[in-house]
Design a protein around this ligand. Structure first.
Ligand SMILES: [Zn+2]
Length: 396
C-alpha cells in the first residue's frame, strides 16, 4: 500500500486528551483520531490483527504482557476502566468485584449472653463503634435487598469493618435491588438498627466470616437499641453462607497469601471475543520509545516502511516503485511513502508510525547499487544492502 492511498495524517504534538503515551502515539502516528476512532491506517492494522488471530497463542505472539484467568485476559494501563485484583506472585487475577482473598478471623471467644443496650443516634457502624467504644470488626453490618425475580426480602450480614460487593451477592441470589422502607418494616427489621434475629420471610445471607465471629453487636430491630453478643448459630442462621466481601489492595491472595495489587486495566479478550482495538492500544503502550511506535513483527501491519529521497541525477522515485513492486511480489508487507516530502519529514514519520524496518532509496547509495536498511529498534545502525538482495535479506 501507499502512504497517499491510506491518507495518513501524522501530528507533531500529542493530543491534550491523551492519558497514556501509547494512545498519544496512536493519534500522532495517524492510527486513531483523538476521539479514539480508527483511521484508514488504523482499520488496516485492525484487520491485519484479525487475520493474524490464531487462537489463544495469538496474544503471546504479539509480545504483550497480559494478566488473566480462564475467562478473561486484561492489560494493565493507567487509563483502564476495569479494576482487577492481581497477585504478582502466583498470578491470580480476577475482576475486583469478584476477587477472592484469604480472610483472617478474629480470635475465637466464648459465646456471651445477649444483652440489649440503648444506642441513641447510632445509625451507622462508625457511630455505633464510637458510642460503644469497640472496634468496627466487633459489629455486624446489615444490608437489605429485594430479589428482583420473586420479590423475596434478602437480609445480608457482614462484619462491620468490611464492604459488600453486590457482584458476589448476585452470584448467589440473583439480581437484587435495594429494599424499600415498606419491605424492611414488613420483615420486622428496623432501618439503622436491623439484625437478622427473628425476621419474618427473609432469606438470610451471611459472609463466611460471620459464623467464625463471636459476640458481635447487631441491631435489636428496635429504633435506638442494639444487641450485644449476637452469635451465628445460636441466635440466627442463614440460608446462604458465602464470601461476599470486596477485596482491597494488600489483602492476602486466596492461593498463596501474598498481598494483592489492584490494577486499572482494559479487557483484551473474553472466552468468546477478542477486542482488537484494545489490543492495538496495548501494543502501542508496550512497544514505543521517545520517537514513536516500535511495533514488532508480526504485530505491525507492514514489515517495511519504504521511502525515497529525491535525487539530482537519478530517478530515485522510479527505482523505489520498482523495489516496491518486487517486495509486494515477494509477499513482504510494505508501505511505500510516495509523498513529495523532505527526507527529514519522512524519517520522522517512519519513526512515529513504527514498522520494524525502514528502507531508504537515496541517490548516493543507489549509484553503488545499494539501498539503506534500518531496524526501528535496537542499536543496529543503518546497513547498506545490494538492491537485488533486499527480498532475500528481509526473508531471513
Ligand atoms: Zn497469589
Amino acid at each position: 500500500m501507499k502512504y497517499n492511498d491510506l491518507n495518513i495524517q501524522t501530528q507533531r504534538d500529542a493530543p491534550n486528551n491523551a492519558r497514556t503515551e501509547g494512545f498519544a502515539f496512536l493519534v500522532r502516528a495517524g492510527y486513531l483520531t483523538r476521539e479514539n476512532t480508527p483511521t484508514q491506517l488504523g482499520e488496516v492494522t485492525l484487520s491485519h490483527l484479525r487475520n493474524l488471530f490464531s487462537g489463544p497463542a495469538f496474544l503471546a505472539q504479539l509480545s504483550l504482557p497480559t494478566i488473566g484467568n480462564n475467562d478473561e485476559i486484561f492489560f494493565s494501563i493507567a487509563s483502564g476502566p476495569i479494576e482487577v485484583a492481581h497477585c504478582p506472585n502466583c498470578k491470580y487475577t480476577e475482576r475486583l468485584e469478584l476477587a477472592r482473598f484469604a480472610k483472617t478471623p478474629l480470635p475465637q471467644e466464648n459465646e456471651l449472653p445477649l444483652e440489649k443496650v440503648l444506642t441513641p443516634d447510632c445509625h451507622t457502624i462508625e457511630a455505633l463503634a464510637n458510642f460503644l467504644n469497640i472496634p468496627k470488626e466487633k459489629t455486624a453490618k446489615a444490608l437489605m435487598y429485594t430479589r428482583v425475580s420473586d420479590n423475596r426480602f434478602i437480609f445480608v450480614v457482614l462484619r462491620g469493618d468490611m464492604q459488600l460487593t453486590e457482584a458476589k451477592l448476585k452470584q448467589h441470589v440473583g439480581d437484587v435491588r435495594a429494599a424499600t422502607a415498606e419491605e424492611i418494616e414488613k420483615s420486622g427489621a428496623a432501618a439503622g438498627y436491623a439484625s437478622p434475629i427473628r425476621l419474618k420471610d427473609a432469606i438470610i445471607v451471611v459472609d463466611d466470616l460471620i459464623p467464625q465471629s463471636q459476640n458481635l453487636v447487631a441491631g435489636a430491630n428496635e429504633t435506638g437499641y442494639h444487641l450485644k453478643n449476637t452469635n451465628y448459630g445460636r441466635d440466627y442462621s442463614a440460608e446462604i453462607v458465602q464470601d461476599l466481601i470486596q477485596a482491597r489492595a494488600g489483602n492476602a491472595c486466596i492461593n498463596c497469601g501474598n498481598p494483592l495489587s489492584v490494577l486499572s486495566t482494559i479487557n483484551l479478550a473474553t472466552r468468546k471475543d477478542y477486542d482488537f482495538q484494545n489490543i492495538l492500544l496495548a501494543l502501542a503502550e508496550t512497544h514505543h520509545d521517545s520517537k514513536g511506535l516500535t511495533l514488532p513483527h508480526p504485530a505491525a501491519p507492514f514489515d517495511v516502511y519504504l521511502m525515497q529521497v529525491p535525487g539530482k541525477e537519478l530517478d530515485t522515485r522510479a527505482n523505489a516503485e520498482e523495489i516496491y513492486n518486487n517486495l509486494q511480489n515477494a509477499g513482504i508487507p510494505v508501505l511505500f511513502d510516495d509523498r513529495a516530502e523532505r527526507a527529514g519529514v519522512k524519517f520522522n514519520d517512519a519513526d512515529l508510525i513504527g514498522f520494524p524496518i525502514r528502507i531508504t532509496i537515496g541517490e548516493k547509495s543507489l549509484k553503488e547499487g545499494m539501498v539503506e536498511i534500518k531496524q526501528r529498534t535496537g542499536t543496529n545502525s543503518n546497513q547498506l544492502i545490494p538492491t537485488q538482495k533486499i527480498t532475500s535479506f528481509l526473508k531471513k
